[in-house]
Design a protein around this ligand. Structure first.
Ligand code: T46
Length: 137
């Protein structure tokens, strides 16, 4: 699966903690877009799509949530609950996001501008594309 957890270095001193994110350094792409999600309903799911070319890095700044990741062959769950961890999600990965805590704040860094045509929202279409891509990534 083209996804991984990145453990950021934290600058801790007597005043608190600071994490720095830099494109093509500790973030594995050039950052074109940043968005954030808060007030997510705790009983509702988000995502349920894949992206054709988009790569993203997700940081849970507060609270927690669960990402279910699927590359067409393997499905796994990752709980995000720490601001010093980033979840990298490569292209062509189906994601479902659930179990938001009430105080969850997600910050997302992306390598492309927003483009609705870039979404794959139909799971069967996603499976067809991911099977054709086996061995290509
Ligand atoms: C992902 C999770 C974590 C914009 O106008 N600009 C944007 O950059 C984005 C991401 C969305 N939108 C609009 C499009 C929809 O009308 O905001 C609305 C909600 O977007 P979406 O349904 O894509 O939100 P999520 O939370 O289901 O998914 C998003 C990302 O699309 C997805 O890649 O990993 O956040």
């Amino acid at each position: 699966m083209n996804c991984r957890i990145i453990n950021f270095g934290v600058h801790v001193d007597s005043r608190g903690s600071l994490v720095s994110l830099e494109g093509n350094k500790n973030i594995p792409f050039e950052i074109k877009r940043v968005y954030y999600i808060y007030d997510a309903k705790t009983d509702m799911e988000r995502g349920k799509h894949a992206h054709r070319e988009l790569e993203q890095l997700i940081v849970c700044l507060n609270g927690s949530c669960v990402f279910v990741l699927d590359d067409g062959k393997v499905r796994e769950s990752v709980e995000l609950d720490s601001p010093n961890l980033g979840l990298y999600i490569g292209k062509n990965t189906w994601r479902e996001i659930r179990d938001f805590s009430k105080d969850c704040i997600l910050m997302v860094l992306a390598n492309k501008y927003y483009d609705e045509n870039e979404y794959i929202r139909d799971y069967n279409e996603f499976l067809g594309i991911s099977l054709n891509n086996v061995g290509v990534q």
